[in-house]
Design a protein around this ligand. Structure first.
Ligand code: NAD
Ligand code: GLY
Length: 366
């Protein structure tokens, strides 16, 4: 892959804008990303899995700056306030000034935490996202949601803080486990399923190349998903309305993740099953038809994603977990559903027994 194969998507938020670069070899393309560092200090935040693989490549681009790194242990359990505090201590030890830059090198866990630390240091400094998972490339690195988990729940503390640039080097995906790669593909499908029927058809036509990690197809898929998300974020940066559509399948998926104690399913896998449950519920409510549900299921299957409820799923328990969502009112749920491929919408007042019937049905027909 050469220079011409690098795609640049611009995220525009009024007067603020930033570039998302997508291609192979970008971590080593120092001139491109170094141009986005304004000051003399940089802190690279990464984790103990990713840093041994890719930190050197980034470090070479930081020559001449005062920089250091802060490494998290691997895993969602380390996306904590305590570690934000440690990252801030690392910035203090570096003597980071107002024009310092935090570089997030890793998946969504690293990106969310590093971005939040950047939002906190001196009330907000620059940060650059260097996502190394497919999920982070197509979702978490773009749009400015940063934060950490609390014992009371996931992502409960955070800030909207947009990166100064996003550098998505698909070369880093060579070391990403296959299961993580496929989980990232679920987030690609999600964007198309929510709001871009043409993209969905393109994914159907290119599913085998994507499953086989074909370079140009992958860059195009990431670019299309990022372009779609950038549009949504441009219209609704702080999720007052439309941005909530990006959560298609999440209420079901979150219940599945919680039921599996966050170890049975990866987030993207839970979203894949959740999207299909949302499609089935939409069908039950007369909003969409079986043909669209079947297309979604087929695409997810071709990409190697799970489409059935895990064997030990209990519909009543899943409903109870879905009920915990703060947006609900007694006896009804507020969910992202769809009117077919590319047409998601927010629907309030969905009767719990209709949701339960959908879950029961899915549990019986695995
Ligand atoms: P992750 O960051 O835990 O990465 C998954 C695994 O892959 C980890 O073990 C990681 O060490 C490893 N890894 C990362 N890059 C690798 C590489 N190139 N080679 C080998 N191994 C590699 O998980 P994720 O799926 O990237 O992100 C999930 C997180 O993102 C969650 O915390 C979720 O809340 C958050 N998220 C945030 C947003 C947002 O808008 N901010 C959106 C979606 C998800
Ligand atoms: N991942 C959902 C969002 O960025 O809003």
């Amino acid at each position: 892959m050469n220079e011409t194969d690098i795609q640049t998507i611009e995220v525009a938020l009024g007067a603020r804008r930033y570039a998302v670069y997508i291609g192979r070899g970008l971590l080593g393309d120092h001139a491109r990303w170094r141009a986005h560092l304004r000051g003399r200090h940089a802190l690279v935040v990464s984790n103990t899995t990713v840093a041994p693989l890719y930190l050197d490549r980034v470090a070479q681009g930081l020559e001449g700056l005062r920089w250091s790194h802060f490494l998290l242990e691997d895993g969602e359990a380390h996306k904590t306030f305590g570690n934000v505090g440690r990252a801030l201590e690392a910035l203090a030890a570096l003597g980071a000034t107002r024009d310092a830059c935090v570089i997030a090198l890793g998946g969504g866990v690293v990106g969310d935490l590093a971005g939040f630390a950047a939002a906190c240091w001196m009330r907000g400094i620059d940060f650059i996202q260097m996502p190394t998972t497919l999920l982070a490339m197509v979702d978490s690195s773009v749009g400015g949601k940063t934060g950490v988990n609390l014992p009371a729940g996931k992502n409960l503390a955070g800030a909207f803080h947009q990166p100064r640039a996003v550098v998505a080097d698909i070369g880093t995906l060579a070391t990403l486990p296959d299961r993580e790669y496929r989980a990232g593909l679920a987030e690609v499908v999600k964007g198309a399923a929510i709001g871009d029927a043409g993209f969905f058809a393109w994914l159907e036509a290119n599913a085998d190349a994507l499953a086989g990690r074909h370079d140009a197809t992958l860059v195009e898929a990431i670019a299309r998903k990022v372009r779609y998300k950038a549009g949504v974020v441009a219209r609704d940066e702080t999720e007052q309305g439309e941005r909530a559509l990006l959560n298609l399948g999440h209420t079901f998926g979150h219940a599945l993740e919680t039921a599996g104690q966050y170890t049975a399913l990866l987030h993207g896998e839970a979203v894949a099953i959740g999207m299909l449950l949302a499609a089935r519920l939409s069908e039950r409510l007369g909003m969409s038809d079986a043909a669209d549900t079947a297309r979604l299921r087929r695409l997810l299957e071709r990409l190697g994603l799970p489409v059935a409820l895990p064997g030990d799923s209990d519909a009543q328990r899943l409903l109870a977990l879905m009920r915990l969502d703060k947006k609900n009112t007694a006896g009804t749920l507020r969910l992202i559903l769809w009117r077919g491929i590319g047409r998601a919408e927010i629907v309030g007042g969905v009767a719990e027994n209709t949701v339960l019937a959908t879950l029961d049905d899915a549990a019986r027909h695995r």
